[in-house]
Design a protein around this ligand. Sequence first.
Ligand code: NIG
Ligand code: FE
Length: 404
Amino acid sequence: MGLHSKDKLVLRGGELDSLPVLENAWLLIESGLIKDFGKMDSIPSHISNLSSQISAEGRYIFPSWCDSHTHIVFAASREEEFAMKIQGKSYEEIAAAGGGILNSANKLQKASEDELFESASVRLKQMIRLGTGAVEIKSGYGLTTESEIKMLRVIRRLKDQFPIPIKATFLAAHAYPAEFKNNHQGYIDLIINEMLPQIAEEKLADYIDVFCEKGFFSVGEADQVLKAGAKYGLKPKVHANQLSVSGAVEVSVQNRAISVDHLEESDEETIRTLRNADTIVTLLPSCSFYLGIPFADAKSFIRADLPVALATDYNPGSTPSGNMNFVVSLACIKMKMFPEQAINAATLNGAAAMEMSEDYGSITVGKKANLFITKPMPSIAYLPYSFGETQIETVILNGEIYNG
Ligand code: NIG
Ligand code: FE
């Protein structure tokens, strides 16, 4: 299933409704690529006689999830904030009380590159077992030149050592370090004049991101950072409208963002701005679930013909989970997306939000064979319906069974 044609690189609005499926089918993989597929009743004998075969009887073959928004390089979990949340403290209140991003940054600055690599590897393996076959990872818990580069080097090691494609996003504009609390321009200058040139020199990042939000980076500050990134060829993927409608979407679109992510808050103006752009709208429902903030208005975005993607936002503060199956379930249950829409948003559109939909995100001849085979299931909708349980039986990456 997920048999989109080679030229369909992103699905907008109503296009998300259609998830082409072939029942009783065979699929041929050669040299790590999807070589061909068809119906069992017309399988060519040279294919049915191949020695290396996997039976998928009663099962479904999905294209791997493409998780286009994560922060999986971090030094420590933050479950002490969990109790504060249960007591009713908001994300902003916890950050103001010494929790939040600055807490993660303190811990990350003290951790070694090896320690960070080891713990991120454990998370990434778990995500792969849960069906993720392409991922984007952000920096943003370093907040000093040294530690931002340390994070990006960890992401590069993950790229080198894991069998899935990984994109790296530079997110030093995640929070103001304490020493720059009253000197925002000083930190922005540090990002622009010191961090960016070194990162570009070592080719450590593919994208640039800013947490554009009240109490974090203003629209004008975001604009400066995004424009500086563009000078080094880093396209924007922006944290926008998570806690308030802030003008973040507008500044992202003006800077030709690949994606705007979150959008738990939006209004008519947000939608109007996005209608005139190619920017992908990446929704992160497990963040809403965990923080208890509103779920994004996916239906309005789809009705407005926008390209909606889904991702986890896996991070220690707002989404301590990298489970795309749960994201797809939440998208259906809480944002009222149909299973077909949610699956398309979590596969082809996720790949598009990482500019890799030519090679990933659907079962299409010539694309990489990054797939998973489910347990026996009565229908595709059973996967999001049976939330909290994994339906994944076999993970295939580059045509090989993954046993990591
Ligand atoms: O996407 N909003 C900004 N960044 C993360 C949370 C970071 C944190 O709390 O550590 C997010 O939700
Ligand atoms: Fe995030």
